[in-house]
Design a protein around this ligand. Structure first.
Ligand code: AMP
Ligand code: MG
Length: 430
């Protein structure tokens, strides 16, 4: 049973207007405390103050001999070796005048010693004696307590996007949990009765599904948690039930297919009925059609990692309706869905991927049509320090193979394109 979506006259809008509509309609997710092992890639909601020093004690930066610098002012100097100390060894040692302690990187500095001579500058002829061949100043090769992080310091301020090293720093100061804007939980589904996912032989009119595979990775790489719901059959009741169900446990829904002008599709019928939708036509190519809406959903509360409770709480869940053509699907994800998800996850700047001015090494040809074209290009940095790009092949919105070879999108303004050697803005895809 197919219904035509309510007839609407769709004006063509600029990409910037569409982005403005979408970004202004989504809100930041509520801050939450998560284990620091899961925090890389997310935005901190609160400052993090160190409650421990790093390193927690002065230790040696090299394998060598802990000495008194004054004992090795004249070299070569013969010292008595009093023992060996490995990292993690808690034995207390005291280095007296004329003595040295063999010491491994990371081991605590023994009392009495004030410098370490690296093993390469020493000659140990027998277990009890070492000849030091190089003088060292006080403090040489010693890592003082807290010279990485000092207790009481603010190591990260709210708004910081945690890198992998950042998550490591949290571990180093024993910040077990941190307050963040959480990863958006995104439900991904596709529609289209022509789509085959199970590897069976294609019947007439059928094609292989490809958008879910691609979008699942793009969403995950955007630091969201993604649920791949799969292809939902063209059945209004089923689609409606599925959307309501996933809205209970997700922060956003991404659909693929069924949003273009001519579409006579269950997606349009169902979304128009159950959500506040905006059906957009943007002055770009590919990815002209795009739908965005808010679905009133009753949300389930996640209590902990395993427990979810049903509630009556209402929330408006954003729905991003991407077009089905694979290249369009990817580009509208990049231009509209990904930045909106980033806003939800607490990003305030850099919602969009970076764009830099590049040089077209070969012409980027197009026809004037009133639209901005996003052409798939491969770029490399030349000896001149500039990004140089070439198109990666056929630019049709169904031709994903040429997109697979691209690492950027050349933003080619309306007109007949860019001549070889001309400048063009390129959005970097990774
Ligand atoms: P639609 O946006 O549903 O009108 O689809 C536009 C074109 O994209 C049609 O040729 C569809 O067969 C194709 N298409 C739609 N969804 C997918 C998908 N998930 N994977 C591959 N192709 C698709
Ligand atoms: Mg379709």
């Amino acid at each position: 049973m197919l219904h035509r979506a309510p007839a609407t006259v769709l004006e063509v809008i600029q990409l910037g207007d569409a982005q403005q509509r979408v970004f202004s309609a989504v809100n930041r997710l509520s801050e939450r405390e998560i284990p620091c092992e899961h925090a890389a890639g997310v935005v901190l909601a609160r400052d993090v103050v160190a409650t421990e020093n790093v390193p927690p004690f002065a230790n040696t930066a090299v394998d060598g001999f802990a000495v008194r610098a004054s004992d090795v002012a004249q070299v070569p100097a013969q010292l008595r070796v009093i023992g060996t100390l490995a990292a993690g060894d808690a034995t207390m040692w005291r280095v007296g005048a004329g003595e040295a302690l063999r010491i491994m990187t990371g081991a605590p500095m023994p009392d009495g010693a004030d410098a370490v001579v690296m093993v390469e500058d020493c000659e140990q002829s027998d277990p009890n004696r070492v000849t030091i061949k190089k003088s060292v100043a006080v403090g040489t090769s010693v890592r003082p307590i807290a010279d990485d992080v000092r207790m009481g310091d603010t190591v990260f301020t709210a708004g910081t996007v945690l890198s992998a090293a950042g998550a490591g720093v949290l571990s180093s100061i024993n910040a077990r949990n941190v307050w963040v804007y959480p990863r958006a939980k995104v439900a991904l589904l596709s529609t289209g009765d022509e789509l085959v996912t199970d590897g069976s032989p294609l019947q007439r009119g059928q094609i292989r599904e490809s958008n879910l595979t691609m979008l699942e990775v793009l969403i995950a790489n955007s630091h969201c948690d993604v649920t791949n719901v799969g292809v939902v059959a063209d059945d209004e009741a089923l689609l409606e039930r599925t959307l309501h169900e996933v809205a209970r446990t997700h922060d956003a829904i991404i659909t693929s297919g069924g949003v273009s002008m001519g579409d006579f599709d269950v997606v349009k019928a169902v979304l128009s009925r159950i959500a506040d939708m905006q059906w957009m036509q943007m002055a770009i190519k590919p990815a002209k059609p795009f739908a965005f809406g808010l679905l009133n959903a009753t949300v389930d509360e996640t209590v902990n990692a395993t427990e979810v409770v049903r509630t009556d709480r209402q929330r408006r869940i954003p729905i991003f309706g991407l077009p089905g053509n694979p290249v369009s699907s990817m580009i509208s994800f990049e231009l509209l869905a990904r930045p909106a998800l980033r806003k939800m996850m607490g990003h305030t700047t850099d919602l969009l991927r970076p764009t830099i001015s590049a040089i077209a090494d070969a012409p980027l040809r197009r026809k004037p049509d009133g639209k901005t074209h996003f052409m798939r290009v491969f770029g490399h940095f030349g000896v001149d320090g500039r990004l140089h790009v070439r198109d990666t092949g056929p630019q049709g919105s169904h031709q994903l193979a040429a997109t697979a070879a691209a690492n950027g999108l050349a933003i080619v303004q309306d007109g007949s394109g860019i001549d070889a050697g001309g400048a063009v803005d390129v959005m970097l895809l990774g």
